[in-house]
Ligand binder design. Structure first.
Ligand SMILES: [Zn+2]
Length: 707
């Protein structure tokens, strides 16, 4: 599950359903309601924790032939980048991947132990996690079963005889999460955060982006051809002859192209007001008659829904028209493709290999990830909190949580001071901004209340059966929130996740246990390194509450304009300057970063660093007062801070993956995440003694400053 306001997006996922905005992270849910609020009010006490020289930074990875003032990314990590090839199974390689890999080793031993235990009491989390993983690793049984456990779903599609039958099938596919035609979900109402609302949104594409269908450059054509071949081969595996399979693939691409043409571009999805169109279910049913909403909602447990928030009306109109206009047989072909392609990982090797061949074209990966890694991820997706509970018992300490809370407290305090000192913001707006900041909920490590998986049955009989059951359970779990009080304890990421997010509807920042590890946070390192890493990550998530999207919601998590006209105009002017800076970055020949798509993330990086830098200065002042601050490895704390930042973004990516990132990911490539903010920061110039004419130093008039 991917929130628009997370720290990093993982590549390789297909186009999701576009619910615009940060609140649209579809947090997986739990049953009841206890406020999961953790107030981060702790202020730091001078903890004398002098680091051993060299701890926390990989200084040998620097390239000293590059000036930090010309290209900090390559100065800080150039030797490491040169000497560290991207592993064949990876599409990019850097600090995130390496930490994930280390995490994987820990997770693997948990899973193997759970799978080896065949006597766990039935219905316990240990039994479910163990049986899920055991079934996932049993490739012999998966080969032998073939399509057996998918037959009931294939038969349902086969039996569709009319539009009504097609609508019923679409309802079923919402439960199976096959990403068919459109998205339907339950989330907090963006304008009334005390209630859950039903959302309808664009979706239904098999390739990562609408442009993959619509653009005619060589790269887009290559991807389209690979996708068509992939679908053709899937149909052949299902038993179609060559001609039928080819025709089937063309049909799917044709229908998806029709949906793609009606889809909004990613940048347009960032406008929360334009993507919020509330109407009654009766109105929606009249506008989009062929979706069959009135019959569909009861099937999804949503009979009581009277209103719906339509994300993209034009898309839904076109989808509705197409459902009737296009031949029924073609839609059945489409559903078959979506069912199979969403299930390949639980099918025999031939299906997995086809999917990988297509992914290779998208991402440039050379070989497949080993099965245990893929199944590790699948267990995380299906049983994330049951699995995560076992993980945190081993991998997360109260000391780490306490340190994280202390850092969050300090960085929040820094944000408060920055807001108060802003020269461009009026007192009225400042008051609202501070109110919002002081209402932040902070979640660290793992949920206070774990999900209850008791209604989910997992056995060793069939992996595919388990995947279907887990998907259905997950969909029910999310949809069943409708009409219930807001559950503030839910998490949108699982505990082992190496990532973090801001959710505007709950006005919360969330840091899973997985990211509280080196190089983001190292208990043995000095504060400078940790504030450059984890501190900047915390600042990043706090700033999301005030980026171009986050600033549009208030302390209660509602979309509401709390800015004076002048302040809003000034913010936009300053943000646009950042946008222009990033749009000029060119990661590949004739491929430019999209400053508008990456706006929120760039602002969060920039603001986050500024906040973490201030918090570090206060921390150092507390610790050393007027005494000289110690250097380690001959580096000042300020230098270590920026090296800590560069170190977390030290990453190489394959050109294919980089292209896909630029097209679909709201995060800029890591090179620009490293350098982009620093180029605006006099604190950086000073730390490294950069002169006015250095490449990393922007001219006064071109220098952005927001927070
Ligand atoms: Zn972010």
């Amino acid at each position: 599950m991917i929130s628009n306001c997370n720290l990093l997006l993982t590549l390789g996922t297909a186009a999701g359903f576009a619910l615009a905005g940060c609140a649209s992270s579809t947090p997986a849910t739990t049953a009841a309601t206890t406020p999961g609020t953790t107030a981060a009010t702790t202020t730091a006490t001078a903890s004398a924790a002098p680091a051993a020289p060299g701890v926390g930074l990989d200084l040998a990875g620097r390239d000293l032939s590059v000036s930090p003032c010309d290209d900090f990314f390559h100065y800080a990590g150039g030797t490491w980048l040169k000497n560290t090839p991207i592993p064949a199974a990876q599409t990019s390689w850097g600090s995130f991947n390496i930490l994930r890999d280390q995490n994987n080793a820990a997770l693997r031993s948990i899973l193997e132990q759970a799978a080896a235990n065949t006597s766990a009491a039935k219905g316990t989390n240990a039994q479910k996690v163990g049986d899920f993983y055991a079934s996932a690793m049993d490739s012999m049984a998966i080969e032998k079963a073939g399509l057996k456990y998918l037959q009931p779903e294939l038969a349902r599609i086969h039996a569709v005889k009319d539009l009504k039958g097609l609508q019923n099938a679409l309802a079923r596919h919402q439960m199976l999460q096959t990403r068919s035609v459109f998205g339907l979900g339950v989330n907090q109402d963006r304008k009334k955060s005390t209630e859950y609302a039903l959302y309808l949104s664009q979706g239904g594409l098999g390739m990562p982006d609408r442009d993959n269908y619509l653009k005619d450059d060589a790269r887009s054509k290559t991807i389209r051809t690979a996708y068509t071949t992939y679908l053709t081969n899937l149909f052949k595996l299902l038993g179609d002859n060559e001609a039928t399979a080819k025709k089937g693939a063309e049909t799917v691409v044709r229908l998806e192209t029709r949906l793609a043409k009606a889809s909004k571009e990613r940048v347009a999805l960032r406008d929360p007001y334009a993507n919020y169109n509330k109407m009654t279910v009766a109105e929606a049913n009249a506008q989009y008659p062929n979706l069959g909403l009135t019959a569909m909602l009861p099937q999804l447990g949503l009979a009581s829904a009277k209103e719906v928030i339509v994300g993209q009306p034009d898309f839904l109109k076109e989808a509705s028209t197409a459902l009737k206009q296009e031949p029924l047989a073609d839609w059945k072909t489409y559903l078959r493709a979506h069912l199979i392609s969403s299930m390949t990982s639980a099918l025999p090797k031939a299906y997995v290999d086809e999917e990988f061949r297509y992914q290779q074209v998208l991402t440039g990966a050379k070989v497949q990830q080993p099965r245990w890694k893929r199944m590790n991820l699948a267990t995380d997706a299906a049983l994330g909190e049951a699995f995560g509970q076992l993980y945190v018992e081993k991998a997360f300490t109260p000391e780490t949580k306490a340190k994280a809370l202390e850092m969050v407290g300090n960085i929040k305090e820094a944000m408060g001071e920055h807001i108060q000192q802003l020269s461009w913001m009026s007192d009225v707006t400042k008051k609202e901004a501070l109110k919002k900041l002081n209402s932040f909920t902070v979640k660290i490590g793992y949920p206070d209340k774990w999900k209850d998986y008791s209604a989910l049955t997992i056995t060793r009989e069939s992996y595919l059966k388990n995947v279907l059951a887990a998907r259905e359970w997950g969909a029910k779990d999310r949809l069943s929130r409708y009409g219930q009080p807001i559950d503030r304890s839910v998490w949108g990421m699982t505990p082992p996740t190496v990532n973090a997010y801001y959710n505007s509807s709950l006005n919360e920042i969330v840091f899973p246990a997985g990211i509280m590890q080196p190089p983001f946070f190292d208990p043995k390192a000095d504060d400078a390194v940790n504030y450059g890493g984890m501190g900047a990550v915390i600042g990043h998530e706090i700033t999301h509450g005030f980026d171009d999207q986050g600033r549009q919601s208030d302390a209660e998590g509602n979309l509401r304009d709390w800015w004076t006209k002048e302040d809003a105009a000034e913010f936009t002017k300053r943000a646009d300057m950042v946008g222009k800076q990033y749009s000029a970055f060119q990661p590949l020949d004739s491929v430019f970063v999209n400053g508008k798509l990456t706006m929120g993330e760039n602002l969060a990086d920039f603001g986050g660093l500024a906040l973490a830098y201030s918090a570090l200065q206060k921390q150092l002042a507390k610790q050393y007062g007027n005494n000289p601050r110690p250097n380690y490895d001959g580096l000042k704390p300020e230098q270590r801070f920026f090296l800590g930042w560069a170190q977390i973004w030290r990453t190489s990516a394959r050109p294919e993956a980089l292209r896909q990132q630029v097209q679909t990911d709201p995060h800029s490539p890591s090179q620009y995440r490293t350098n982009g903010p620093l180029m605006n920061m006099p604190e950086f110039y000073e730390a490294f003694g950069c002169k006015e004419d250095a490449k990393m130093v922007r001219a006064q008039n071109d220098r952005a400053k927001i927070w």
